[in-house]
Structure formats: structure tokens, C-alpha cells
Design a protein around this ligand. Structure first.
Ligand SMILES: [Fe+2]
Ligand SMILES: [Fe+2]
Length: 204
């Protein structure tokens, strides 16, 4: 698979943008930042495309599993959707392993960071901690404590996250399951990551 990152259309539209001339933030002006903040929304308008592209990178990556990493994501989301979960939950199910090929040992945090601005605290916590909760099903095979999740027993989202792994994540490795294709979930991705009013929202 070859993913085109040239973004010709975006590049040509960017040629019309006003660019600041400062060499350091310290010498930047309010006018510079008025222009930059407009461009930030342009960047946000491309996030959905970038998420879809990043999911595509997982299509040919099996990592030794019975299904490729994209199929695992699609299967997790399809199981959740067919079980009647709402759109936000399905989005989290779809994206929860998007960081597998960016930070294999910390992939849950990658997905959680991407989802943080658009999902509830419960769903953010679920995604951020799903890795250690998944461990309940296999960590005994790799020399780790399968009950490591127990340190979160008193957390209000413990059962919620355990349920996600039990019903959708740890079972989504079935090569015979007929998942929805990525195209099926694209409207959901575009809906949640579309630009919106962000007055007063921190940029960090
Ligand atoms: Fe994961
Ligand atoms: Fe997963």
C-alpha cells in the first residue's frame, strides 16, 4: 500500500494563506496569531482524513495476530455497534488501537490523546486504560501480572472498561467474522472530528 502524503489540493490552498515572518514566538504579534488561529481550524478540518489514513496503515500489519490490526479495530467497532452502543462508544472502539504502529508499548495513550477533545471522561478513561485491562486475558503468557488492572478496582470506570475488553476488544480477533468496512465508519469519524467552536479551549 502506498499512502499519498503530498496533499496536493491542501498545498495549493495553503499557498493562499498568510504566513507570519517572526523567527521566535517572543517577537510574534496579535495579528500573527489571529492568522494562525484561523489556520488551526483548517488543520482541524483535515484531522478526519488523517485518522482514516492512519487506520489504513494498520491494514497490512498483522503483528502475528490472526487478523490485521485494522480488521481488529473494525471488528471491535462492529461488535459494539451491533450490540447497540452509541456513536461515541463505537468511535472509541474503532480508534482504540490506532497507535499500535506509532507507539506499540504505549498505544492506548495515543488513542486516548486523539479522542480526549471529543469524548466523555468515561470513554477517554476506557481508551487510555484498555491496554492494562486487556492484559487480564493474556499477560500471564508474557510474564506479566494478568490482574494488574486490579489497582483500578475502586475507579468509577473499572466495570465500564472491563466490559469493553470482555465484550468487544479481546474477542475481536475472529478471521471469520464479517466486520463493517472502514468506509462504513467514515461518516462517524468526520462527524466527531469536524471543526467546532473552541473559544477558551486550551491549546497544549
Ligand atoms: Fe489495544
Ligand atoms: Fe484492541
Amino acid at each position: 500500500m502506498t499512502i499519498d502524503t503530498s496533499h496536493n489540493a491542501q498545498t495549493s490552498s495553503n499557498e493562499l494563506e498568510t504566513r507570519a515572518t517572526f523567527k521566535s514566538f517572543g517577537e510574534s504579534t496579535k495579528q500573527d496569531w489571529d492568522n494562525i488561529m484561523v489556520q488551526l481550524q483548517v488543520t482541524q478540518s483535515r484531522v478526519a482524513d488523517h485518522i482514516i489514513e492512519q487506520l489504513e496503515y494498520l491494514r497490512h500489519d498483522f503483528g502475528g495476530f490472526p487478523v490485521n490490526r485494522l480488521e481488529h479495530c473494525l471488528q471491535t467497532a462492529t461488535l459494539a455497534q451491533r450490540d447497540g452502543r452509541d456513536d461515541e462508544y463505537v468511535l472509541c472502539a474503532l480508534i482504540h488501537d490506532i497507535g499500535d504502529n506509532l507507539s506499540p508499548y504505549n498505544h492506548a495513550s495515543v488513542a486516548a490523546a486523539i479522542l480526549y477533545p471529543v469524548v466523555s471522561p468515561a470513554n477517554h478513561w476506557l481508551v487510555e486504560h484498555h491496554g492494562i485491562f486487556q492484559g487480564y486475558y493474556f499477560w500471564q503468557h508474557i510474564g506479566l501480572d494478568k490482574d494488574a488492572r486490579d489497582k483500578f478496582r475502586d475507579n468509577q470506570y473499572f466495570d465500564y472498561t472491563a466490559e469493553f475488553c470482555a465484550k468487544y476488544d479481546q474477542v475481536a480477533f475472529d478471521a471469520d467474522y464479517k466486520s463493517e468496512p472502514l468506509e462504513h465508519f467514515e461518516p462517524l469519524i468526520r462527524q466527531f472530528f469536524a471543526p467546532r467552536e473552541r473559544d477558551g479551549e486550551l491549546i497544549n
